[in-house]
Design a protein. Structure first.
Length: 498
């Protein structure tokens, strides 16, 4: 049995209070150390209004993390922390997780109870299993309220990454009126005001104790260009949610390089084959697309250091039991790859005529435009025309740009597998299902490894590298850390006092 002891702390529940002068603050950001921290997150306002529907957008993740806790959470360094659960124990060789809930309240003032949490959590698990059927939640049999403050998650088999999954924003416990904090939110114009629900208290403060302004967050979800300019003009202390698509905006905006922070994340950045028909159903054509792209040219398009390309689906060994599979053409020169790719497209043309243009769905932004230019050149070199379409459109190739939710090959394989409507290998899918039913850890590892090799050979996903996540951080701000999960809890941030 393992335990995670959490020292007792006294927390004081705060009511959401109006802030003096807040309306004036929304037009700018003073440099005084006792002012609220003003944050811009790249996205749009719907990320805040309907966060569950807009995951994994950065704004949706941020607002869920700020207002609705799960049982556990990630800190900025990627470690698991208590959240709605104050402590937990693991029993029955990893088949039982027992969580003791902390004292918490819903937005309407009602006490959070174990039966409520168990019911909501099981409903969320059942919903998420449709999109990640072979991930850590696959073995959950039941979520059981043991007392008014204790719940148990029963598993059919051990799943070592289940706490990482429970720390995801989509695992937040939400009632109809919202979550349990650490903040309550209030709409104020185009911004959201986040006021802390609980504050560490060294004494018996009355319920109506005013919230210090520096503990409050003023958050906007807005286009990257506007967020960058707001930061440059000192109207925001922090910009979150930067991705590849908007990275080139930093140079013409004149942002100080010291203000740019890159997160050391792992995940998927690449093109999923989502189209069907004779062209993309051809194994040789999918392989040709993968071979033709000159990944070595991508870093030159992006003003950020330390980023590396990849031609592998899974970046590291993780739980494969062996190094990740390289594509069979990995040792060829670029000329050799393109020669083989051109030959495959020529065979298809001889049999079916000129191939239709490939529709490539990309986000808006100059980084995505530069990437499209590279793809158009490289695929054109082997005889494939392309056209760009929005992410909301039907497409033949669609950019996936996501940080891994948990440290398992299953996340990578599941994210580009049959459940996500991506051109997939039925044989690989069968191996993933067999892994879920495996009777031993050794068999599970072998099944996962077999599925990974089949998916690499199928070429239903064309990897480019790791996701890019960047932030802009003011020198006036303390508490920001580069995060391997791209998670930056707002309640860990403070203004400098000097």
């Amino acid at each position: 049995m393992s335990t995670v002891p959490i020292p007792r702390r006294r927390f004081h529940r705060l009511a959401l209070a109006a802030l003096p002068g807040l309306l004036a603050l929304l037009g700018g950001c003073s440099s005084e150390s006792n002012d609220p921290v003003v944050v811009s997150v790249v996205g749009d306002r719907d990320d805040f209004a309907k966060p569950l529907q807009h995951l994994p957008d950065p704004g949706a993740k941020l607002i869920l993390e700020a207002t609705a806790q799960g049982l556990v959470a990630f800190d900025a360094s990627g470690d698991i922390l208590p959240a709605l659960a104050q402590r937990w124990i693991v029993e029955d060789d990893g088949r039982s997780y027992i969580f003791r809930l902390r004292r918490a309240f819903w937005a309407n003032g009602a006490r959070v109870t174990a039966p409520d949490v168990a019911r909501m959590l099981m409903a969320r698990i059942e919903s998420l299993r449709r999109f990640d059927p072979d991930g850590p939640l696959d073995a959950v049999q039941a979520v059981i309220p043991m007392t008014g403050e204790v719940i148990e998650i029963r598993l059919a088999a051990p799943r070592p990454h289940i706490l990482q999954m429970l720390a995801q924003p989509q695992m937040a416990i939400l009632s109809r009126d919202g979550g349990t904090g650490p903040y309550r939110r209030k709409i104020w114009g185009k911004a959201v005001i986040l006021t802390p629900v609980d504050r560490l208290s060294g004494g018996d403060e009355p319920e109506d104790t005013p919230v210090p302004a520096w503990q409050t967050r003023v958050v906007r979800s807005e286009r990257a260009a506007l967020a960058i300019i707001r930061f440059r003009e000192r109207q925001a202390a922090l910009v979150l949610g930067g991705r590849l698509a908007d990275l080139p905006l930093l140079v013409p905006a004149g942002i100080d390089r010291d203000a740019v922070r890159a997160d050391p994340v792992q995940g998927l950045l690449g093109l999923a084959v989502t189209g069907r028909g004779r062209l993309l159903d051809d194994d040789g054509v999918r392989a040709a697309i993968n071979m033709a792209i000159d990944r070595s040219q991508i870093p030159a398009l992006l003003p950020i250091g330390g980023w590396a390309t990849s031609n592998r689906i899974v970046p590291d060994q993780l739980d494969l039991g062996r190094p990740p599979t390289e594509p069979e053409w990995a040792a060829l020169s670029l000329d050799g790859r393109r020669g083989r790719a051109s030959a495959a497209v020529a065979i298809w043309r001889d049999q079916h005529g000129d191939p239709p243009p490939l529709r490539i769905a990309l986000p808006q932004g100059p980084g995505a435009t530069l990437l499209f230019g590279l793809l158009r050149r490289d695929l054109g070199a082997i005889g494939l025309a392309v056209r760009r379409v929005p992410l909301t459109s039907d497409a033949d190739l669609r950019l996936i740009d996501e940080v891994a939710a948990y440290d398992s090959a299953l996340w990578y394989l599941g994210r580009v597998g049959c459940a996500r409507k991506i051109h997939c290998s039925n044989e690989a899918d069968a191996q993933l299902q067999a892994a879920s039913l495996a009777s031993s850890a050794e068999e599970r590892t072998a099944r996962i490894a077999e599925a990974e090799a089949l998916m690499v050979a199928h070429n239903g996903y064309i990897p480019l590298g790791a996701p890019i996540r960047w932030s802009l951080v003011s020198k006036r701000l303390n508490g920001f850390l580069p995060s391997p999960r791209a998670r930056h809890p707002l309640n860990h941030l403070f203004r400098r006092t000097n």
